[in-house]
Design a protein around this ligand. Structure first.
Ligand code: GAR
Length: 220
């Protein structure tokens, strides 16, 4: 966060962890000024935890099924997160709905990646839904997390074309390749202090964003 201290990052996952891998790789190469202080999965034994271990990052499991309800799980999750003193917490394929108590606690320092051009297609099965809708463009979004599911202020989006012979898998793969560029970029902006949440609005370089940033404008 300063010239002498890197942004302390906690990553929450539920599965494969390919976005996590992109972030681990950029952190290891020095492109991303973050210390990944913990990776936490609500599902035991997932591939993302192994990716963290391979990168010598603490890999923690907190099985939501071990808790009687959502608030109790979130209380335990918050304790685990806050013990790491993170500057930023990110959801990278973390597939649990969060309560307002949790999202409020991390307001302004909690990001999510979602595989659609929000506000289109919040929730699940986004690639199928884009195809069914006949959309010619699809993509992924990074946004600050608020209490509305997939509804928080948007920072940046990456767009891909929908091609005539696409099925949900081919489209998902095209989007995922962009996700792996998109999340590191958004994290870098946050870590450098260029992006922040001011009230309900995203500020970029001190100016309110009037529309989501587009990845194409920044990366070749
Ligand atoms: C990614 O496509 C991410 O956008 C999506 O889950 C996948 C996780 O992949 N997230 C959501 O759908 C959240 N609503 P990964 O585990 O390989 O990073």
């Amino acid at each position: 966060m300063t010239a002498t201290r890197k942004c302390r990052l906690v990553v929450l996952i539920s599965g494969r962890g390919s976005n996590l891998q992109a972030i681990l790789d950029q952190a290891a190469s020095g492109e991303l000024p973050v210390d990944i202080v913990a990776v936490i999965s609500n599902r035991p034994g997932v591939q993302g935890l192994e990716r963290a271990r391979q990168a010598s990052v603490p890999a923690l499991e907190l099985d939501h099924k071990a808790f009687p309800d959502r608030p109790e799980f979130e209380t335990a999750l918050s304790k685990l997160i806050d013990r790491q003193y993170p500057d930023l917490v990110i959801l990278a394929g973390f597939m649990r709905i969060l309560t307002p108590g949790f999202t409020g606690h991390y307001r302004g320092r909690l990001l999510n990646i979602h595989p659609s051009l929000l506000p289109k297609f919040p929730g699940l099965h986004t690639h199928e839904r884009a195809l069914t809708a006949g959309d010619t463009e699809h993509g992924a979004t990074i946004h600050f997390v608020t209490e509305e599911l997939d509804g928080g202020p948007i920072i940046v989006q990456a767009r891909v074309p929908v091609l005539p012979n696409d099925d949900p898998d081919t489209l998902a793969a095209r989007v995922l390749a962009q996700e792996h560029r998109l999340y590191p970029q958004a994290i870098r902006w946050f870590a450098e202090g260029r992006v922040r949440l001011a009230g309900e609005q995203v500020e970029f370089d001190g100016q309110p964003l009037t529309a989501p940033l587009r990845l194409e404008s920044f990366a070749g």
